[in-house]
Design a protein around this ligand. Sequence first.
Ligand code: 2AL
Length: 243
Amino acid sequence: MKLLLINPNTTQAMTDAIAEAARAVASPGTEIVAVQPSFGPVSIESHYDEAFAAAGVAEQVRLAAAWRPDAVVIACFGDPGLEAAREATDAPVLGIAEPAFHAAGMLATGFSVITTMTRTCIMAERLLQRYGADQHCRGVHGTDIPVLDLEGCGVETLQQIEDAAREALARDRSGAIVLGCAGMAPLCATLSQRLGVPVIDGVAVAAKFAEALVGLGLRTSKHGDYAPPLPKPFVGWASPLRW
Ligand code: 2AL
């Protein structure tokens, strides 16, 4: 199967790291095509960034229609553009927050989310409510580590994330940790080993869930509101992206 993996930010090094994390768990028959938008922020850490990232995701799904991917993964913890992408293709489309929350809920009665900037906690909290996962989440914790500091993550940054996770496990009485940023994917194995609890990286989980849905022959519903967008002109720079 061909999996379109979209990094919604425009940092090539992060696209490469996310692709590596997905390829590490993918089945031999899964080809992963990793892309990023042609415009937009280098990292997504605010509602403003997220607005552009969602448009960038729509752009990449639109462009990929030419080669018909079997599944799409949007590798940013805010799941930007998820519903737009589900309209734009009948392939299964997964964000990383939604699969991560559901996987964590199957592995522990309660989990904690460790994320980057504290200001982004609200995004995770809203997604927890939207996906009905708030019953399992016992806390969302910011570390105030900027997303791009996760690139080539040093010893101190890793220690900061480990410390935050340990504190959350104790304070929240949680049994698992969800990593609240795609840029944390390369840290997952080390953190699982050090913490001794399930550590869930949404990039890996989304790639495996995508394989499962494709293997089951399941597609995104086109009945109702995930039907293709209504065709109409777009103006300005977005005009080639019209439906
Ligand atoms: C993210 C993410 O996954 N990618 C990005 O640029 N920002 N999320 C986050 N909470 O910082």
